[in-house]
Design a protein around this ligand. Structure first.
Ligand SMILES: Cc1cc2nc3c(=O)[nH]c(=O)nc-3n(C[C@H](O)[C@H](O)[C@H](O)COP(=O)(O)O)c2cc1C
Length: 196
C-alpha cells in the first residue's frame, strides 16, 4: 500500500466518537473547509435536501441550546451542527416509495466527519435528543426534520485507534445469492479484531 492510501485508511482507523473537547476553538478556515465538504457531498439525484445550522460556543443562542444535551461534556464543544433533512425536496425511490433525505444528510455528515478527523478534530453524532426542544430553540420550519446533532472540537485526548467492538466480517458480508440472513439484536457485536 502506498503512503497516500495508508494515510486514507489510517484516518478511518483512528476515527471514533469524541465526547470530551479541549478549550481550543476551531479556526474559521477549518470550519469553512468542513462546511464546503457538506456542500460538496453526494446526494440522490443531486437534490441536496438538507440544511445545516451551525451553533458556535459564542452564539447568543448557545447557552439555551446547551440545555438539549444530556451529557455535560457536549456543552463545551466549540461547534455544534444541527443537521436537517428536507424530505419534501429529496429523491424518492418510486418502486417502494422510500424517501432518501435522511440518507443524503447522513452521507454528507459522514464525509464531513472524515474531513474533521483529517483536521485533527473530534466529532460525535447525537441522535438521542429532544427534537421538539431543538426545533423550538433554533426555529426552523415545520417541513425540516432533525437527523442529528454533530459536536465538533479538538479532542481533549489524542485521536488514536481503540479497539471498540465490531461484528466480524463473516457476520455482515455475504457473496452472491444468499439465504437465511438473520438480524441480530443491537449491542451483540463481537470483538472488532476477531480473526475471520
Ligand atoms: C446515527 C448515530 C447516532 C448516534 N447517537 C449518539 C448519541 O445520541 N449519543 C452519543 O453519545 N453517541 C451517539 N452516537 C455515537 C455511537 O454511539 C458510536 O458511533 C458507536 O458507539 C461506535 O463508536 P465509535 O464512533 O467511537 O467508533 C451515534 C452514532 C450514530 C452513527
Amino acid at each position: 500500500m502506498d503512503d497516500k492510501l495508508k494515510i486514507f485508511y489510517e484516518l478511518y482507523d483512528r476515527r471514533r466518537s469524541i465526547r470530551e473537547y479541549s478549550e481550543d476553538p476551531i479556526e474559521e478556515i477549518v470550519l469553512h473547509r468542513l462546511l464546503e465538504i457538506l456542500r460538496r457531498a453526494q446526494s440522490a439525484a443531486n437534490c441536496q435536501p438538507w440544511h445545516f445550522i451551525v451553533i458556535k460556543s459564542d452564539d447568543p443562542v448557545r447557552e439555551e441550546f446547551n440545555s438539549v444535551f444530556y451529557k455535560e461534556s457536549f456543552k463545551s464543544a466549540p461547534v455544534v451542527i444541527a443537521a436537517l433533512a428536507d424530505p419534501s425536496n429529496s429523491w424518492t425511490r418510486k418502486e417502494d416509495n422510500k424517501n432518501y433525505a435522511w440518507v443524503d444528510v447522513t452521507i454528507a455528515l459522514t464525509e464531513m466527519i472524515g474531513a474533521a478527523t483529517a483536521e485533527g478534530l473530534g466529532a460525535c453524532w447525537i441522535a438521542a435528543v429532544d427534537t421538539d426542544k431543538v426545533k423550538s430553540i433554533l426555529g426552523y420550519a415545520d417541513g425540516l426534520e432533525l437527523v442529528g446533532l454533530i459536536t465538533l472540537g479538538y479532542p481533549s485526548e489524542e485521536l488514536k485507534r481503540i479497539n471498540k467492538e465490531r461484528k466480524p466480517l463473516r457476520d455482515i458480508v455475504t457473496y452472491g445469492r444468499t439465504s437465511g440472513i438473520e438480524g441480530e439484536a443491537c449491542g451483540k457485536a463481537g470483538p472488532r479484531d476477531e480473526k475471520e
